[in-house]
Ligand binder design. Structure first.
Ligand code: APR
Length: 321
């Protein structure tokens, strides 16, 4: 069986970690593409030289020309600027839209059959733009945000409860911005609702709610918290790991249920937009959207988040993209 070919567009911080994770997990051969000369060649050489130590056997290649991504099964895009302290993801819109347009044209020409995962911000708008420019089927184009936001939420819950994060299940839906929707009611520890655990811990429902509210707020702002500490860029280890979970589900046809920025055709009362929702990922890309029953408060939070996504997409269209 031929090995899968994975093209990574953007050889910066996230692109480098993606390469290393793909190699270590032997998910396929990698072409790391960047417009900066020598950068992707240097990173892939460095990682390849760890192959004996790590015991992986895949081909890693750096590239500055799109023709080298020909025949890719999967493309993961991180091309674009990251945030600096004080910036919101939306502040990246104009710069990254220009970059995403050129990336979509290159991928369309040389890897027309690929499934595409986008990480570049502002995420929901970048996914929308890539699909529009490439004309790829909507189920083959998706964004990574929810896996990371959910992992962040789960991490905070694990720390608070003093229970292994492996046993925490929590999901964040909506757009990848300050309006994202961590689903408190569905968060559980191997089936036991997190709120029940918090109420048991604090023996006080109001205090439990206060603690949960703080975790929800920290989740929404978690990207900014890292930017503020790093000062020179945004999070890169956890976004890379999150995209790899999605990539593995697609390449190995695992059919995992992962929160994904996916195109909606009426699900969750959203028509014609990319928004973060639970989706089954397999060899065909986004294979199914799983609708959840939301209560009035959850639906209104999701509506609010969808409104933010729509307004960003409209801004982008007004700018001519
Ligand atoms: N084509 C390909 N690569 C490009 C292009 C382009 N047109 N323009 C810029 N790049 C490359 C840069 O040269 C750089 O190496 O994209 C890379 C981005 O890497 P970093 O600046 O290190 O950013 P990173 O932390 O990897 O984040 C990338 O993901 O999470 C989002 O907000 C983040 O939009 C940002 C993206």
């Amino acid at each position: 069986m031929a090995r899968k070919k994975i093209a990574l567009i953007g050889g910066g911080q996230i692109g480098g970690v993606l390469t290393q994770l793909i190699a270590q997990k032997q998910l396929g051969d990698v072409v790391l593409f960047d417009i900066v000369e020598d950068l992707p060649q240097g990173k892939t050489l460095d990682i390849a030289e760890a192959s004996r130590v790590d015991g992986f056997d895949v081909n890693l290649k750096g590239a500055n020309e799109y023709k080298d991504i020909a025949g890719s099964d999967l493309v993961i895009i991180t091309a674009g600027l990251p945030r600096k302290p004080g910036m919101s993801r939306d502040d990246l819109l104009v710069t990254n839209a220009k970059i995403m347009k050129s990336v979509a044209e290159g991928v369309k020409e040389f890897a027309p059959n690929a499934i595409v995962i986008i990480i570049s911000n502002p995420l929901d708008a970048m996914v929308t733009l890539f699909q529009k420019v490439s004309g790829f089927p909507t189920h083959k184009v998706m964004g990574q945000a929810g896996v990371l936001d959910s992992s962040r939420f789960s991490t905070f819950i694990a720390w608070e409860l003093g229970i292994s994060v492996k046993d925490i299940n929590a999901m964040v839906l909506g757009g990848h911005g300050d309006t994202m929707v961590p689903l408190v009611r569905y968060a559980n520890v191997n089936g036991v609702p997190v709120m029940e655990m918090l109420e048991r811990k604090y023996k006080d429902a109001a205090k439990a709610k206060e603690v949960m509210d703080a975790m929800v707020q920290r989740t929404k702002m978690a990207g900014g918290e890292v930017v503020k500490l790093l000062k020179t860029g945004s999070a890169f280890y956890s976004p890379a790991s999150s995209a790899i979970a999605m990539a593995a589900s697609i390449l190995l046809d695992e059919k995992r249920l992962l929160p994904t920025c996916a195109y909606l055709n009426g699900e969750f009362s959203v028509d014609g937009y990319y928004v973060g929702v639970p989706a089954v990922l397999g060899e065909n890309g986004v294979e199914r959207i799983i609708e959840l029953s939301l209560d009035a408060e959850e639906q209104s939070a999701l509506d609010n988040s969808v409104a933010a996504v729509k307004s960003l997409v409209e801004d982008m269209e007004r700018l001519g993209f």
